[in-house]
Design a protein around this ligand. Structure first.
Ligand code: NAP
Ligand code: HSE
Length: 448
């Protein structure tokens, strides 16, 4: 493909940008700041012709006067002078989604950072591409500036993927890092992440793990085939994480991170996908990924382990990924949407994957776990707790008690590898003890 669908000669790419927030403005700045490099990489030219946002008059710190302004993003997508739609509004429905669908119906090229849309409506987008011959690029949707999609889909195309995992939400990594380093409260750090432009419009998407799950669904589809299956992801965010968990985890030799992990199940087929706060050994390179940085770790046969680390959010890094996709479009590079399949097969693949997952037991591999119990500080409590573990054959690797506030204590326990059902039974039995002030907090240890 030398050009785009309505630009068959492969001439200048005329671009419409839907959304002029953090990412949209970042793209405009990058196109201007790196114009010379981009001209060399896309010699026939990249030209923004029109833009869309809600407010036509807001000062965004960039000159919008050369571009037509369309108040309606779907109208922007249909414009004759738009070959490529850059959609950076967001959302699974509404203006951003409508514009993407309009552009694909017209057989145009779409570049998007909208992981929610790709993760939750990927099958529908694939069908539109198959029907109308357009193309969709979504590097910016996963891990911001890290070329995770290209790395996995193109760079590792020769491998059998064993697992894909990562720190996929910059806001959560920033919060966990600042809580640890500055002993600050969760809400205080979240406000800072929002001010820095990392957080989603609705920051509960970040802290509840939804944003990471969107990215994991996409990565998993690229790694293992099929379409993104967001509904199959086991999901837990970081609202329940306390500073004492982070600090004791460090004392035990681990870092507490919000990870997204996808790997084939040990038995029963299908891919287990989960997002959760977990402990990773400090010796693992991912434990050293701090602040808003993201990392994607891929294990493949025969490549072994690859870790890509970089900025997963913010204006510049996300614009970097959007513009890389634009260059791909200009160069005529257009791989199958999720790497292995055409649209029809991808749709079928997704259904088959969902069916397999639905029929499987929830058991994965046995895992070590880290427990935090808040208990009355009185004689016999350790014995009661130990009895529960012993009755259910859950073996203790390490245990520490720490005063909480004079009358109550924290008990932190690291347990040996056990299946989830066994751990769930222990958690339920512990919660029934009179000495327990609140249900136990439990984190898996992810060896990666
Ligand atoms: P943002 O700063 O909130 O900007 C959203 C833009 O969309 C604003 O310019 C807004 O217009 C415009 N918009 C909203 N509703 C609209 C409508 N009905 N019609 C036309 N325009 C409308 O969002 P962002 O952070 O740039 O994120 C955009 C997308 O990129 C999202 O899908 C997000 O998940 C994804 N993403 C963001 C990052 C990041 O670091 N921020 C990283 C990776 C991916 P007004 O300005 O006039 O209100
Ligand atoms: N809110 C997201 C994050 C932006 O914090 O990682 C990048 O997708």
């Amino acid at each position: 493909m030398a050009g785009t669908m309505n630009n068959p000669e492969g001439g200048e790419l005329r671009i419409g940008i839907a959304g002029l927030g953090t990412v949209g403005v970042g793209v405009l700045r990058l196109l201007s700041d790196n114009a010379a490099e981009l001209a060399a990489r896309a010699p026939k030219g990249l030209r923004v012709t029109a833009v869309s946002a809600r407010d036509a008059n807001r000062d965004r710190g960039v000159d919008l006067s050369p571009f037509a302004f369309e108040p309606d993003a779907a109208t922007l997508a249909r414009r004759e002078d738009v070959d490529v739609l850059i959609e950076v509004i967001g959302g699974t429905t509404g203006a951003g989604a409508d514009a993407v669908i309009e552009a694909l119906r017209a057989g145009k090229v779409v570049v998007t950072a909208n992981k929610a849309l790709v993760a939750e409506r990927g099958a529908e987008l694939a069908r539109l591409i198959e029907q109308h011959g357009g193309a969709l690029y979504y590097e910016a949707a996963v891990a911001g500036g890290i070329p995770a999609i290209k790395g996995l889909r193109e760079g590792l195309a020769g491998n059998r993927i064993v697992s894909v995992a990562g720190i996929l939400n910059g806001t959560c990594n920033f919060i966990l890092t600042k809580m640890k380093d500055e002993k600050r409260a969760f809400d205080d750090v979240l406000a800072q992440a929002q001010a820095l432009g990392y957080a989603e419009a609705d920051p509960s998407f970040d802290v509840d793990g939804v944003d990471a799950a969107h990215k994991l669904a996409i990565l998993s589809a690229v790694a293992f085939g099929g379409v993104p299956d967001f509904s199959a992801i086991e999901l837990e965010g970081i609202r329940g994480v306390r500073l004492e968990d982070i600090e004791m985890a460090e004392d035990f030799g681990f870092s507490l991170k919000l990870l997204g992990v996808a790997k084939p199940r040990a038995a029963g087929g299908g891919v287990r996908q989960y997002v959760a706060p977990v402990l990773v050994p400090q010796s693992n390179p991912i434990a050293g990924v701090y602040d808003s940085f993201n990392a994607v770790v891929v294990r493949g046969e025969p490549v072994d382990e690859i870790m890509m680390r970089g900025r997963g959010a913010g204006e510049g890094p996300t614009a970097s990924a959007v513009v890389a996709d634009l260059i791909d479009a200009a160069r005529g590079i257009n791989p199958p949407l999720f790497g292995t399949l055409n649209a029809a097969a991808a749709t079928g693949g997704g259904a088959a994957q969902a069916e397999a997952a639905a029929g499987e037991a929830v058991e994965g591999a046995a895992e070590r776990r880290f427990w935090r119990l808040l208990v009355d500080d009185r004689p016999g409590v350790i014995a009661e707790v130990s009895q529960v573990l012993s009755d259910r054959a859950l073996s203790v690797e390490k245990i520490v008690q720490q005063d909480a506030d004079g009358s109550r204590a924290h008990i932190f326990i690291l347990t040996h590898a056990a299946q989830r059902t066994q751990a769930d039974e222990v958690a339920a039995a512990l919660a029934r003890l009179n000495c327990m002030i609140e249900p136990p907090a439990v984190y898996a240890v992810e060896a990666l």
